[in-house]
Design a protein around this ligand. Structure first.
Ligand SMILES: NC(=O)c1ccc[n+]([C@@H]2O[C@H](COP(=O)([O-])OP(=O)(O)OC[C@H]3O[C@@H](n4cnc5c(N)ncnc54)[C@H](O)[C@@H]3O)[C@@H](O)[C@H]2O)c1
Length: 469
């Protein structure tokens, strides 16, 4: 049965904000217009649910539930099992998905089931690589939440496990599938901002939930939380509900603001620029406000140097996360080139052009007026002879604004891409290599912050280096 669903099939074909279509050559037609033009990205998809895919979720917290709900929107996807270490979340799964749902606190029991084709791994970060490798070895397709790994040293092992298994693996940075980022990539490649030299990415928050202090369950205790399994393979740590329910705040279980949020900003940057990653990384931070026992900063900034490659010129990436931001919160990423800036937000992008005139300029905040009158005049005469009036004007290009359509859901797009990969054997958009290339520089930020040093990285071969010499 053919099912009509939204898609990115023809998204490059644009619809104007008004009904007037500019389908054939959107960029060329833009050049003729002087006013800002707002366009809505087109989104439609047709696909068939030709076979059923049985899934199980490992880690049924906030994102596991979100991923599950998104996956179940894909025709033919069916839930057969759920695994979590807190009993209340398994109870909730039975409330929502039926009392007969198979539930367990041991993910190996999920992997042993013959009826499970694919697993969603949405545990805290320290479990990602272990469960992914075990699942792939058991022949399961894997959707693993970002960051792909907890430590850089785990990355290659996951990549190898995926290759050996020949199974589909998608990492969960949903913006990698977004039509908005595909559009931004198209505009970047067409030269709309000129030669890229800087990316500034900011993620601000200003709330307890935003700073990862989530609501604790009333019955949190060693009876309802399988603490021993949670710390399996680690040094013994006494039960601590904060280290379980607020795990992001502890570097033993999470990856701090860098692994959690920089990774989204870097994934988007890699989609837009086609980059494989930076070669030099430095991070600095502080614990400014959320002094709840956490051992990771709540304000962090990083600078990454991206070397010149075939895909992009050399550029600097600055990343900032602030959990106590008087801006009130928000996310913004700016791609700055020598002819303009592309500003990407949650549901749209805009490009503002600013192009240097041919003539270098004379007068104003300049040494000209400090010279004797006669010399002043002569210099101006020579300048006007050398540069025509046209040369002295800044070329004008209209601004561009794009928006995603109302209801567009990049999460669904990302999950669709995963299930299509399973059904067709085609590569997914965010495989283990992409996932690791996005995660590793973020994990290097933690290394840089805790060890107070610059980290050197080989993005091509995905290896740490001693220096850039
Ligand atoms: N893509 C996104 O936009 C996005 C957003 C939020 C979270 N995430 C990612 O999703 C993951 C989960 O985050 P969350 O906010 O849902 O956390 P959460 O604390 O709400 O849920 C994590 C769950 O994993 C369970 N768990 C931990 N270890 C386990 C194990 N060994 N076996 C089975 N279950 C285990 C815990 O019991 C908990 O219920 C993280 O990696 C996070 O980075 C991604």
């Amino acid at each position: 049965m053919a099912i009509q669903k939204p898609s990115r099939r023809n998204f490059i074909k644009q619809l104007a904000g008004t009904a007037a279509a500019i389908a054939a050559s959107p960029l060329a037609s833009l050049a003729d217009k002087q006013n800002v033009e707002e366009r809505i990205l087109q989104y439609e998809r047709k696909f068939t649910a030709n076979d059923q895919i049985n899934i199980a979720v490992i880690g049924l917290g906030i994102m596991g539930n979100n991923d599950l709900q998104t996956s179940l929107k894909v025709p033919g996807v069916n839930l057969v099992g759920a695994c979590d270490l807190y009993s209340g979340r398994l109870e909730r799964a039975k409330e929502v998905y039926g009392k007969d749902l198979f539930t367990t606190n041991d993910y190996r029991k999920i992997l042993d089931r013959k009826d499970v084709d694919a697993v969603i791994i949405a545990t805290c970060d320290q479990w990602h690589s272990r469960i992914s490798k075990d699942a792939l070895a058991k022949g399961k397709h894997v959707y693993c939440e970002k960051p792909m790994v907890h430590y850089i040293s785990e990355g290659q092992g996951v990549i190898n496990a995926q290759k050996a298994s020949k199974k589909t693996m998608q990492i969960g940075s949903q913006r990698v599938s977004s039509i908005l980022y595909a559009k931004a990539n198209e505009l970047y490649k067409s030269g709309e901002i000129g030669k890229l030299n800087m990316v500034n990415a900011v993620y601000d928050r200003q709330s307890a939930n935003g700073a990862w202090e989530y609501t604790m369950p009333l019955d949190a205790s060693p009876q309802t939380v399988d603490w021993d399994r949670y710390i399996e393979g680690m040094q013994k740590i006494p039960y601590d509900p904060k280290k379980f329910f607020w795990w992001r705040n502890y570097k033993e279980f999470g990856t701090g603001v860098a692994g959690d949020l920089f990774v989204h900003l870097i994934s988007g940057t890699h989609v837009i620029t086609g980059s494989k990653g930076p070669d030099k990384i430095y991070a600095s931070g502080q614990l400014a406000h959320w002094k709840d026992g956490r051992n990771v900063p709540d304000v962090m900034t990083a600078i990454m140097s991206y070397p010149e490659t075939n895909e992009h010129p050399a550029f600097q990436l600055t990343l900032q996360v602030n959990f106590v931001s008087g801006t009130g919160g928000g996310e913004s990423v700016q791609f700055i080139g020598d002819e303009g800036v592309m500003h990407v937000t949650g549901n749209g992008l805009s490009i503002h052009h600013s192009i240097m005139p041919k003539a270098p300029g004379i007068g104003g905040w300049d040494a000209l007026g400090t010279y004797p009158e006669a010399m002043h005049k002569k210099l101006l005469e020579e300048y006007n002879q050398k540069y025509s009036a046209e040369d002295q004007k800044r070329p004008v290009k209209p601004d561009i604004v794009y928006k995603t359509p109302a209801g567009y859901n990049e999460d669904l797009e990302h999950h669709l891409n995963f299930y299509n990969g399973i059904r067709t054997g085609k590569p997914v958009v965010e495989d283990a290599v992409f996932g690791f290339r996005a995660a590793a520089p973020c994990l290097a930020c933690n290394e840089s912050y805790f060890k107070k040093k610059i980290i050197f990285w080989d993005p091509e071969n995905m290896k740490l280096k001693e220096s850039n010499a």
